[in-house]
Design a protein around this ligand. Structure first.
Ligand SMILES: Nc1ncnc2c1ncn2[C@@H]1O[C@H](COP(=O)(O)OP(=O)(O)OP(=O)(O)O)[C@@H](O)[C@H]1O
Length: 241
């Protein structure tokens, strides 16, 4: 294979035999996973199944993770959490620029997430949704090759959440980073991601490609089949969902 082809096809994330235990309890049990560059992946699993542990390992935030093989991820990685983690003593633009320079880029990123004109606001003046928009802008200015998002919309109300879904997908279309989105929400996973993984007993229990065009609607009956398969993998029957 020619070198340039090899580069294009190299996955953004490659995990081989990723294992993590806490106090002798195995949470990740030899995970193998490739995420091709530019793919939008969602990770589902019960509370405590190890989703955040996996994400932290990919982000390079966990130094005690072990694996018989590899853990490789690109250099430019941005992480977005459930809370915006904006520094309260810095104005919005300064939060977005933290550790980087180029105020113009910061302004452009804020405009992209619909926060033009709010550059000088304090984080305490933002709503929850606006704060998450600012967090997304902060991740964008770093031009990430990989965006890791841990329940980024978990604390938002249902309407704001839907708006944020559109925004995230739009940003992805424009910048095409690889995305690994941790969520509890099966519908969020199906509407946003092109591939959904279910973490179960330390392994990837289901790896499902969602083959439907975007933008997707929650009401699309063809998504129902995917929903059922994911709920079954999570051990939830349709009557309980
Ligand atoms: N630093 C730690 N020390 C000890 N145990 C930990 C630590 N971090 C995670 N765990 C344990 O590992 C397991 C997986 O935790 P993790 O946060 O990855 O789950 P999760 O799937 O993200 O859960 P949730 O959906 O509730 O956020 C849990 O049982 C948790 O108690």
């Amino acid at each position: 294979m020619a070198p340039h082809t090899e580069q294009l096809t190299r996955p953004a994330v490659r995990l081989r035999g990723l294992t993590r235990s806490f106090d002798g309890r195995t949470v990740l049990d030899g995970i193998d996973l490739d995420i091709p560059a530019g793919q939008f992946v969602a990770l589902l699993g019960h509370s405590g199944s190890g989703k955040s542990t996996l994400l932290r390992a990919v982000a390079g935030l966990d130094h005690e993770v072990t694996g018989s093989g590899e853990l490789s991820a690109p250099e430019r990685v941005s992480v977005v959490f459930q809370d915006s983690r904006l520094l309260p003593w810095r104005r919005v633009l300064d939060n977005v620029l933290l550790g980087t320079d180029g105020a113009d880029k910061g302004r452009a990123a804020l405009a992209e997430v619909g926060l033009a004109g709010r550059e000088r606001a304090w984080p305490s003046e933002l709503s929850g949704g606006e704060a998450q928009r600012a967090a997304l802008a902060r991740s964008l200015v770093r031009e990430p090759e990989l965006l890791l998002a841990d329940e980024p919309f978990g604390a938002l109300d249902a309407l704001t959440r839907i708006r944020m879904h559109h925004l995230l997908r739009e940003l992805w279309e424009r910048h095409r980073p690889s995305v690994l989105l941790v969520t509890h929400d099966v519908d969020e996973a199906i509407v946003l991601a092109d591939r959904v993984l279910v973490l179960d007993r330390g392994r990837i229990g289901l790896d499902l490609t969602i083959d439907r065009p975007h933008p997707r609607s929650y009401r699309d009956p063809l998504l129902g089949e995917y929903r059922e398969r994911l709920l079954a993998a999570l051990g939830v029957t349709e009557d309980l969902a």
